[in-house]
Structures are given as structure tokens and as C-alpha cells.
Ligand binder design. Structure first.
Ligand code: ZN
Length: 408
């Protein structure tokens, strides 16, 4: 993770920019018992405080996991724990760290330095912010990501771009999270809801897509699906990752579309999604009418398909307008598309929504085209409403199309 300004502005200020997780975006609370702390005596520069005790526990579980699995996947022995450096960016006399010296490069940050085989983190501005905003599991995710770079280095992996290197490190991080979810780690115990919270951290750390900068850490979609690949399929699947299948670079080439108002996006998304769904729905299917109203006549969601009168009902009140403003207009689009997909009975609704977005990655539809960041807005909305499992289903549709949705 090398996004110091972003981390600080996003985590510590509220509402500073478009991609910042404003008040409504915070998925907070450490949640009980993710990490059993450990003695941080092996960490260079440690203050023996709470966050370094958590970091120590994560590193020990990483060592245990990779000592066992590295040989199986790469055919050679794991060389052992990288050097670990804890730095207090607030201290007037800061210690030197490998690759960064005495500079501010580590402030609010964590990184892996290959030439010294060292992982370093800022215990003042990074770890507490992650813990408070996204839970202890986010500390696991960030340190396991850096450890993932050490795995790449020692395995001799040469990813075909910086972006693939980053997404692969996310995937390697996911492998440890998968072990923790399965209860196979000594210090970590993770529940699915805590994984969802940690993944939300990646929606903050993601690169601002379409900003004109070379993509470094990838889009939220690429990053979250990479972590889930690691969780679900283990390290061998990560080691084989390439730029094929990543959407970040495709989207980064596009221009931003103008942001649509809630009202206009409801209409545009309904028309565009219907155009796609006609190609996958049973013959003779007609899209449901869309009714914008204040109430929720057939369920708790702000946007929902009401089977009784074959209508997509949209409650255009506060909830919808808040997330439209905070996440972006594609949070609205994905909710409308999903409700409409439900009406087709042609497969899993969320998967079909992903298939629609996947089609729009390839080219514009009649009323919408996918701009940089739109897919991320969709993935953030799905993560918040349906968790990691929802993102898996959405991604199946995006990457494999509507035929994969029938079996979902
Ligand atoms: Zn990285």
C-alpha cells in the first residue's frame, strides 16, 4: 500500500473528495476477537503497544501459513519472516526504514522493501485508522498484502505489470484471510461479516480510476475480486494471475461521463438494463414498469421488484439519494438493474446485473456507457448491501456472462 496522501485524506478527513468514504460510507467497529495479540519483541522499533501486538500476531500467522504452503506452490523452502519495522510517523526523531530512509514515504503507509526483505508500517497514522474504520481484519489485509510482495520476490514471480503485481499481492493476502475464516490460523479468527468490513478498506485504497495516473493498486472491482480469489482458491491461483481479466486498464482509458441525477439515472439504467435483459430473458419478456414513489410497498429495499404488479418500485427518498451522492450514480444504476433482472426469472439477479455491466465494459449501451469508476461504484454498493458473497456473484456475471448466471 503506497498511497499515503489518500489514506490520510480519506480516513481522517470527511468528505474531502468524490471518492472519500464520507460519513455514510464508514463500515466501522473493530468487531470482537479477530486477532489474538502476540509479543512484538521481534519487530524493529516497536513500542510494544496495541497495534504492534496485533501486527506481530498477523506476521506470525503469515509465517506459519507460508512456511507450510510456499514449498507446495513454488517447490522451494520459505526463507522465513521478512524483517519487520514499526515506525511512529509522529515522533520527532524518526528511525530510518529500508527503502525510505528518514523520509516521509512511510507516513500513513505500509510497504515491502525487496532489497532489505523488510515489511514496514506506520503505527501512528495507518494501523489505528484501519482498525477504527474497517476493523482489525483490515490490518490483516494490509500486512498480508505487503507479505504477498515478499512471496512474489522469493518465488521469483515477475508479474507483467505493476498493476498485476498489486492485485496478485491482494490475492495472496486473501489466502491468509481464507485460512483465518476456516479457523486454521493460530492468532486470527475471522467471520464473514468481518471480511466484508475489511474489503471495504480496499474501496478506499483503490486508485482513483481515470485520474490520468498510471494505475498502481487497481480498481476496487479488481482488488476485491483478487482477494476473494485468494480466499476461495488459494495461493496457486494467485501465482498464475495476469493482466487478462483485469478491468482497471480498460476503464482507465475512458473518459468520465457526466454524473446523472437520481431521477435521470433511474430512467437511463432501467432502459439500458432492459435492453440487455431482453437478450437473455425468455422469449416475449417485457421489462416491468418503473414506479418512482415515496413508499416501499413490497419489501425493505429502496429499489425492489414487486412481482404482484410486475413493477420495479423505487423509493426516491433519503437512503437512495444519500448513497447516490456518497458512492456515485452507479450505486443507483446497479440497484435498478438488479430489480429489473429479478423480473426475468432467467438466473440469479445479481449475477445478471454483473452480466449487464460486463457487456457494457465491452461497449456502450443505448442509454449508458461505463466510465472510469462506474464499476467500482457498483461493487461498493453490492459489497454494502450483499457482502463478499454478493460481490462474488456480481463478478461471475461480469467475467463469465449471463450463461453462468443460470446455475447460480
Ligand atoms: Zn502493494
Amino acid at each position: 500500500m503506497r498511497v499515503p496522501a489518500l489514506v490520510l485524506s480519506v480516513l481522517l478527513l470527511v468528505g474531502a473528495c468524490d471518492s472519500a468514504p464520507q460519513a455514510g460510507m464508514t463500515v466501522g467497529g473493530a468487531g470482537p476477537g479477530v486477532i489474538t495479540p502476540a509479543d512484538p519483541g521481534f519487530i524493529i522499533g516497536t513500542d510494544f503497544g496495541r497495534d504492534d501486538r496485533l501486527a506481530a500476531a498477523v506476521l506470525l500467522d503469515l509465517r506459519g501459513f507460508w512456511s507450510e504452503r510456499f514449498h507446495t506452490v513454488f517447490g522451494k523452502a520459505w526463507p522465513g519472516l521478512p524483517n519487520a519495522y514499526s515506525v511512529n510517523s509522529d515522533a520527532p526523531a524518526r528511525q530510518a526504514t529500508p527503502c525510505a530512509g528518514y523520509s516521509d514515504a512511510l507516513a500513513g503507509n505500509a510497504f515491502y522493501c525487496a532489497e532489505a526483505d523488510a515489511i514496514a508500517w506506520d503505527r501512528a497514522a495507518l494501523l489505528p485508522a484501519l482498525r477504527e474504520k474497517f476493523g482489525e481484519a483490515a490490518i490483516v489485509l494490509v500486512l498480508a498484502h505487503e507479505y504477498g510482495h515478499a512471496v512474489q520476490e522469493h518465488a521469483g514471480l515477475r508479474p507483467d505489470s505493476v498493476l498485476v503485481s498489486e492485485v496478485m499481492a491482494d490475492c495472496f493476502a486473501g489466502t491468509l484471510l481464507g485460512e483465518a475464516l476456516a479457523g486454521r490460523t493460530a492468532h486470527l479468527r475471522l467471520r464473514p461479516a468481518q471480511l466484508d468490513h475489511a474489503l471495504a478498506a480496499l474501496t478506499v485504497f483503490r486508485d482513483p480510476v481515470g485520474s490520468g495516473r498510471a494505475p498502481e493498486h487497481g480498481s476496487a472491482f479488481d482488488r476485491i475480486t483478487a482477494v476473494l480469489t485468494g480466499v476461495d482458491r488459494g495461493p496457486a491461483a494467485c501465482a498464475g494471475m495476469t493482466s487478462a481479466g483485469l478491468v482497471t486498464e480498460d476503464l482507465a482509458d475512458r473518459e468520465n461521463r457526466p454524473t446523472l441525477s437520481v431521477e435521470r439515472m433511474i430512467d437511463a439504467a432501467a432502459a439500458d438494463s432492459a435492453d440487455f435483459l431482453r437478450t437473455v430473458a425468455p422469449a416475449g419478456w417485457r421489462p416491468p414498469a418503473v414506479r418512482k414513489a415515496g413508499g416501499r410497498p413490497c419489501g425493505d429495499a429502496a429499489v425492489i421488484y414487486c412481482a404482484g404488479n410486475d413493477t420495479v418500485t423505487v423509493d426516491t427518498g433519503e437512503e437512495l439519494s444519500t448513497r447516490h451522492r456518497v458512492i456515485g450514480d452507479f450505486a443507483t444504476a446497479v440497484a435498478v438493474g438488479r430489480a429489473e433482472a429479478t423480473a426475468t426469472h432467467a438466473g440469479d439477479d445479481l449475477c445478471l446485473t454483473g452480466a449487464w455491466l460486463g457487456r457494457r465494459l465491452a461497449g456502450p449501451g443505448p442509454t449508458l456507457r461505463l466510465g472510469p469508476g462506474d464499476l467500482d461504484e457498483a461493487v461498493i454498493q453490492v459489497l454494502r448491501s450483499a457482502g463478499a458473497q454478493g460481490v462474488r456473484t456480481l463478478a461471475t456475471g461480469v467475467t463469465r456472462g449471463a450463461t453462468a448466471c443460470r446455475t447460480q
